[in-house]
Design a protein around this ligand. Structure first.
Ligand code: HEC
Ligand code: HEC
Ligand code: HEC
Length: 158
């Protein structure tokens, strides 16, 4: 599927250990980081309306891991966004009549979570770029590529 790189978390590798011991070492914790494209599909229960989204993971590594993996403690394995008790609600949360939908509940709806993270960040950059371009005097700030915000750029037409 995609290439994987190993990241040794925490523990420093002591020179006195041989390589094989390092690999077999019990105190070592390593993690497989997908470096290529990750195809993000809706949960199984969903009959999808749009094509799956191809997410170039490493293109985003100028950000810290916790920008997206916001609950990751840098030790435990990185969980999928849709893991239990995370963004695990598969249908749009309906609000009880006369009440506002609990924002926490909304953000547990997987689609809202992905859209606000992915489109939200790309849009913010576009807005910043527009402000830079519209500035009467040059601010010296440079235009940054933003990532897509149009539906078909993430969900290609099938
Ligand atoms: C811009 C957002 C973003 C950044 C930054 C990011 N990731 Fe991810 N990462 C994702 C998304 C989205 C997935 C796919 C998760 C899913 O399928 O729900 C993912 C998946 C992963 C997975 C696989 C998880 C699994 O489900 O098995 C690992 C491991 C991972 N990332 C590690 C990292 C590390 C380490 C960094 C920092 C170097 C990092 N990521 C930076 C968004 C990001
Ligand atoms: C915190 C900000 C941030 C988040 C969150 C984020 N992106 Fe991006 N994305 C970027 C930036 C910046 C670029 C432009 C990178 C470049 O061209 O160097 C980009 C580029 C892209 C590209 C175009 C890559 C290319 O090669 O042209 C795709 C596709 C993309 N993002 C998808 C996603 C998806 C899907 C998610 C959510 C899972 C996501 N992004 C989340 C900042 C973000
Ligand atoms: C930056 C990337 C990005 C953009 C732009 C984007 N989406 Fe999404 N969308 C996602 C991701 C990631 C998911 C979660 C994975 C999935 O369900 O396919 C998702 C999920 C969905 C889903 C639920 C799953 C399904 O296929 O039924 C729908 C519907 C959807 N998006 C419609 C849209 C529409 C309409 C637009 C334009 C207004 C749009 N998306 C723009 C990334 C994006």
């Amino acid at each position: 599927m995609h290439k994987c790189y190993l990241l040794v978390v925490g523990v420093a590798i002591l020179a006195i250990f041989s390589l094989s011991q390092v690999i077999a070492g019990e105190s070592e914790e390593s993690m497989c980081i997908p470096m290529g494209d990750i195809v993000i599909e809706p949960p199984d229960q969903i009959e999808s309306k749009r094509a799956a989204v191809t997410f170039p993971h490493a293109t985003h590594f100028s950000y810290t891991c916790n920008t997206c993996h916001h609950k990751w403690d840098k030790e435990a394995p990185v969980l999928s966004c849709m893991a239990a008790n995370c963004h695990d609600i598969v249908a749009i949360p309906k609000n009880v009549e006369g009440t506002k939908t609990d924002p926490e509940l909304s953000s547990r709806y997987y689609k809202t979570a992905y859209h606000s993270a992915c489109i939200g960040c790309h849009k913010t950059i576009k807005q910043q770029n527009k402000a830079i371009e519209n500035a009467y005097r040059s601010t010296g700030a440079s235009i940054q590529s933003s990532g897509p915000t149009a539906c078909s750029e993430c969900h290609p037409k099938e």
